[in-house]
Design a protein around this ligand. Sequence first.
Ligand code: FAD
Length: 411
Amino acid sequence: EPSIVWFRRDLRTSDHPAILAAAERSPRALGLFVLDDRLLKPSGQARIDFLHRCLHALNDELGGRLMVVHGDPVTTVPRIAEEIGAGSVHISADYAPYGRKRDEAVEEALGDVELVRTGSPYAVAPGRVLKQDGTSFKVFTPFRNAWLEHGWRRPADSDSSTVDWVEPHGGQEIPDVEEKLPDAQALWEKFRDERLPDYDKTRDRPDLDATSRMSAFLRWGVLHPRTLLRDCDGTFRSELAWREFYADVLWHRPETARENYDRKFDRMVHDDDKELFEAWKEGRTGFPIVDAGMRQLKQEGFMHNRVRMITASFLVKDLHLPWWWGARHFMEHLVDGDLASNQHNWQWVAGCGTDAAPFFRVFNPTTQAEKFDPHGAYVRRYAPDSPDITPIVDHAVERQVALDRYQAIKA
Ligand code: FAD
């Protein structure tokens, strides 16, 4: 009897532990992807397009045999398992709140057909790295040190040839895409050879093409972090450790996808000016670096990390809007949008997260731009008209308002 490999955040065939586990059970497997409205509905076009490009690439790797169906996984996966008489369903474990619940429900609905979890989207699965007293880490640096000490295995040298992919019956066409997905491995190697040596010095510069742009590939599992970790150390490794840290935090505290990690911030007073929010979303604030970032997000489904921090700080500390409004907008548009990384980076900026930036450190969008976009190239590229827009707020005034509100909750 064949197995099913149900792909989710692991859209690749090489170095794929769940495929290897399926191959141990049976030489034949059906490759399945379920288009789930719960995840698609809140996603903007750029995110959905990227997913479709990943699915086309995966389908090619499977010799055109990826089965794509639209539906609720809780009913769809067991139905297909029954139709093909599958002996087991293989997945890479999902650690985010919705994915965990969904997988438990699918497991129950599958009855006697085993749901086998092998591997995860992380070098070290969330929940594994603990303090000596058995509790979870709340601060990044000690987490990173323990994570490094824990270690991970090297990438496996395997590919899809380990199983014979079953021809699907039914399912739907993958929607057309304008561009094919580039080969993530080749892009990584180019970055590693040409840019990684200067990463420390250049990574904060949005005007330079100086970061890896691997985040969306990691988000969808086109590449596993193991592959990158094999080739890097120092600062770049630490950046990947942030991704693992936030997944770990969300695993231990799933409610922090919506709620302040630091509950003191529940008392923070927020404004709710929808017009200011619209101006921020559309990149019409009159603060050129903020506008450039927000427009890059809309155009490309991506924003440079430094600019994510500046635009997020602006929403929270200059406009006094709730961080989760901004986080939702980012999740809609970011091709790499990931619940753990997104919500916890937002909370870091807002001061209410683990290990957060001290609230009194308010980013000044003008001096940030002078420092990190010194020739104005980033602004000219994305928001050339912004310097002519009248600023929607006075930064010095709003900074003081933010600090006063913070003092009030601290007291
Ligand atoms: P590089 O600089 O090349 O970094 C390499 C990899 O390290 C990234 O691909 C990413 O996987 C990881 N990484 C780097 N910085 C961080 C970080 N601060 N937190 C977690 N992982 C990190 N990243 C996401 O992947 N998804 C998100 O939804 C997301 N939302 C964010 C929201 C805000 C408000 C902020 C400030 C940051 C957010 N980040 C998010 C983190 C970071 O901005 C992106 O990972 C990075 O810009 C992606 O570009 P890159 O791959 O070129 O990064």
